[in-house]
Design a protein around this ligand. Structure first.
Ligand code: NAD
Length: 443
């Protein structure tokens, strides 16, 4: 039996970062992984899609080349999926090597675990135990239980799709994954149709931002059908049937992608130890501990609290006992074209909570850098408590929205007021001035 101070199951961002931190604190750590280091984020999620986004960005820049004065006439990009995927694989391999280096002081075991009890697991016939066990096994794509669901591609499959650029693509689900892939493949020249169940895309986002993004995507030629429930997929024509406004309709394309959420991955035997579950996720308390256990913790997608890589990493620190991590302020971003991002409450949530709030807005078309970049499409909205002047939320759609939201997240995390933003000098010309302008719009 191998004993350690901490046993971590899963080497995604929740698992490997926690392992590195625990070693830095002088603890002995065993990290068990059944697949490859880096988890979904590195191998099938954040990083691979960002590589695809860069290829999409290059295609869009080429298409704009004549307008930017660097080509005599508009250039039609020619996308080589094999090269796109190969470059993505090179980036992933490089980062995977980096993680292996970071894990030098960690006992890394490759294999699939079976839980024996809350502090013991079995892997490859060996037993491992620790007083603190952290489950960080992530999630996998969810599939709708409809006829023909097996014909749909998942995001995992699409990221290794080297065959060709599909002429047309139907994406079921207008959430984060659906909208990112819609943006990417539209830039590659594919005719994309998104079918979303809710009345607006990106349901957790501020509806004004989501609507603005939907209009931008439509202008880019993406068909978006909202308020539609997909009921079947048929082949060989790849026809998706859906119900919308009481009518049954259908649309056909060269391929269908399913992006309707993700489900926690539960290691073998854990179901007999954990008593409380919520929609397939392990219920944890605010210290990430499983209630009723001595030292069993769950971080990241497996606890279903916030399915984001940076949330998993932060939760891992909380599981190690760090008290300075603010899990109440977690920014999130969608790498669409244009990007969008958010932190804190939406305007709808502020209204539903009966808060006395003020909203300040600015438009990217009034931002010098955005115009110089040929990216005039966008909006920043900041929501502030009218009495305390603390920031309740910030929502951005526009170029580099994912990067500029961080300023507001930091101000919120430090419990500073909106005046901290207006009092700070913002470099000119930068997109961050759009944040300053929205802050100044609040009287
Ligand atoms: P999601 O929950 O964001 O979106 C799924 C969408 O599918 C929802 O809008 C839902 O209404 C829709 N849907 C469900 N059933 C449907 C039906 N029958 N017909 C039509 N639409 C239907 O899930 P996702 O996009 O698959 O992403 C999974 C998770 O991964 C999310 O938690 C997301 O935050 C995370 N993720 C994050 C990033 C990022 O931070 N940039 C990127 C990718 C994924």
């Amino acid at each position: 039996m191998t004993k350690s101070d901490v046993l971590i199951i899963g080497a995604g961002p929740g698992g490997y970062n926690t392992a590195v931190e625990a070693v830095a604190e002088g603890l002995s750590v065993t990290l068990i992984e059944r697949g490859e280091l880096g988890g979904t984020c590195l191998n099938r999620g954040c990083i691979p899609t960002k590589c695809f986004c860069r290829s999409a960005d290059a295609a869009l820049t080429l298409a704009d080349a004549a307008q930017l004065g660097v080509a005599p006439e508009p250039v039609t990009p020619s996308v080589n999926m094999e090269r796109v995927v190969a470059r993505k694989d090179e980036v992933v391999a490089q980062l995977r090597e980096g993680i292996a280096m970071l894990l030098k002081g960690v006992n890394v075991v490759l294999g699939e675990v079976r839980f024996v009890d809350e502090s013991t697991v079995e892997v490859n016939g060996e037993t491992y135990t620790a007083p603190k066990v952290i489950v960080a096994t992530g999630s996998r794509p969810a599939m709708l239980d409809i006829p023909g669901a097996e014909y749909a591609l998942t995001s995992d499959r699409l990221l290794s799709w080297t065959d060709f650029v599909p002429e047309s693509l139907i994406i079921i689900g207008g959430g984060v994954i659906g909208i990112e892939f819609a943006s990417i493949f539209a830039a590659f020249g594919t005719k994309v149709t998104v079918i979303e169940y809710c009345k607006e895309i990106l349901p957790p986002f501020d509806s004004e931002i989501a609507k603005r993004l939907r209009m931008s995507l439509k202008r880019r030629g993406i068909d978006i059908i909202t308020g539609a429930r997909v009921t079947a997929i048929d082949t060989p024509e790849w026809t998706v049937t859906y119900e919308c406004k009481g009518k049954t309709q259908s649309v056909s394309a060269a391929a269908v992608v399913m992006a309707v959420g993700r489900r926690p991955v539960v290691p073998d035997g854990l179901d007999k130890i954990v008593k409380e579950w919520h929609r397939g996720a392990v219920v944890v308390d605010d210290s990430m501990k499983v209630p009723g256990t001595e030292g069993l913790y769950a971080v990241g997608d497996v606890n279903g609290r916030c399915m984001l890589a940076h949330a998993a990493e932060a939760q891992g620190l909380v599981a190690l006992g760090h008290t300075d991590v603010n899990l109440g302020v977690i920014p999130s971003a969608v790498f669409s074209v244009p990007e969008c991002s958010m932190v804190g409450m939406t305007e709808e949530q502020c209204r539903e909570s009966g808060l006395n709030f003020k909203a300040g807005k600015s438009f990217m078309r009034a931002n010098g850098k955005a115009l110089a970049m040929n990216e005039p499409d966008g909006l920043v909205k900041i929501l502030v408590d009218a009495d305390s002047r603390l920031i309740l939320g910030c929502h951005v759609v526009g170029a580099h929205a994912a990067d500029i939201i961080q300023e507001v997240a930091t101000v919120m995390s430090a419990s500073l007021t909106i005046d901290a933003v207006t009092a700070s000098i913002h470099a000119h010309p930068t997109l961050s001035e759009a944040i300053l302008a929205a802050a100044k719009a609040i009287s």
